[in-house]
Design a protein around this ligand. Sequence first.
Ligand SMILES: [Zn+2]
Ligand SMILES: [Zn+2]
Length: 617
Amino acid sequence: MNNDQQSGSPSRGGRGGSRTREAAKSAKGAKSAKGADREETGPAEPGRKKDPGKRGVKAAATGDASAVRVVFLGGLGEIGRNCACIEVDGRILVLDVGIMFPDPDMPGVDLVLPDFTYLRENSDRVDGVILTHGHEDHTGGLAYLLRDFPVSVYGSELTLALARNRVDEAGMVDRAKFIPVRDGERRRIGPCDVEFIPVTHSVPHAFATAFHTPQGVILHSGDFKLDLHPVDGRRTDLARMGALAADEGVRLLLADSTNAEEPGFTPSESTVGETLRKVFLARPDRRFIVTCFASHIHRVQQVADAAIAGGRSVATLGRSMQKNVALARRLGLLHIPDRSLVDIEGIDKLDPGQVCVISTGSQGEPMSALSRLAIGENRFFKLREDDVVVISAHPIPGNEWSVGRVIDSLHRRGVEVVHSGVESVHVSGHARQGELAILMSVTRPEFFIPVHGEYRHMANHVRLAESMSIPADHILLCEDGDAVRLDGSGLRRDGSVPGGYLFVDGSSVGDIGHGVLRDRMVLAEEGVVMAVATVDLKQGEVVGAPQIVTRGWAYDQDTEALIDEARVQVTKALEQALASGTHDHETLNRVARKALGRLVGDRTRQRPMIVPVIVTV
Ligand SMILES: [Zn+2]
Ligand SMILES: [Zn+2]
């Protein structure tokens, strides 16, 4: 099969595969049975630049039938929308389906998803989705993938419960079969055994995954850190990883690069508890509001413990916090005695020194509980001058500005704000260089690919691997859309698939492209100037004066005169065009746009969007 998938340009933000969908469909029809993709065309020469058009979306097409393929759909080049495919024997296991929050240059975009073209076109080969942990950048895209096809989903009980939230909201729950797995479990999923190895992270019950493939063990770290004193005592199972390395050998390691730029070790989560205790103790008579991620159950536990130790009761604020606290208590992952929990509406009856509110909004989200509190618009209670707000989180990239604004608003209310720049009330959930080096030294991988991170994080991770004596030609720096192939002769690149951004705006998925975003940016920054003109084609003249309409465009006294002149210039340009015999609509539009654009540009040095509306009679 020679489907021309690659030319469906995996460019960022494009609707990557739409052009090539038909080709893939016909290719699918020609496929006789599972594994038919493994056409015998002889092994590719290593290092030879392969014709990308001949491979990519369909499985590997070279000799070694036991070759394993890994395809990266997201998370390599950005923080978020993590998604990869592990392909054994022509079958696909999907590892994580995450979302990313939009950058400031994506106005109006609610979420960013991995490009699902490849999965959609190969849905008959997908045997399951494995979720490493419950964070939205690993699970939030599931609801959207389920629109394309139903699937079995594997993960820890908590991970599945967290992932279900969005799936439920989207009404897609019937299309997913949720299958919980336990720590250390090894189970057959589709073509290979998958082992779920406990790791510590900023959400409980996260897994690294080991895929036992015909090409040896592929170990994916997932998001992890090496916390030696985790709040629940469940440590990263380095012993098991070491045993895998000793017994079978780790053929390929894929590891979290988020903190690969940071030297040293990420402190233990339990250090936050000690800091919180001190912060509470130093302010015994004041009311506390602590904000953190609602999925960070261990953080919630430590806030609750510190509060209760100081004689306080705990109330939750924010829908996801209430939901997750209830869920985690039900699963036995969060221990807060009933007598220490109070309803948020009851806290005004208590002394300030008896209250600790645990709230959402650590990312400065405008509609979140903390943001509403900061502007005095929370309906449950109002902040008072002697309140203390603890921000027990770091802004994720892109949210710094919003968080800063919330902190400003809090200070305006006279509230004391304790954040990680003031006291160590937050630690990361990701491994720094020291921990990454330990992982490499324990697993002794033959090949290595850094995953999860911006390009600079992955580049640093490559340097670290080289410093750990992994030969440079055993390391690949991949990006979204890249595919690699592991076989008897080693690891090499194997074409690419559409790996661009898929934008969600309201209920529309993938309908916004780069053109729309560019228009929105221009509208946001410069506004719009429209010229509405009626043209009489028979008489060759403009009927009446064109109307000039502006929105969001800088306006001053001179603008009146400019608008008058615009009417004249647009009329002149159109009548000149008509006189030279131009009658087609598109050309008249272009003529009007040019005349108006030139005038506005020359006079104001601004570049608003210019929209001509020509009505012909
Ligand atoms: Zn995570
Ligand atoms: Zn992550």
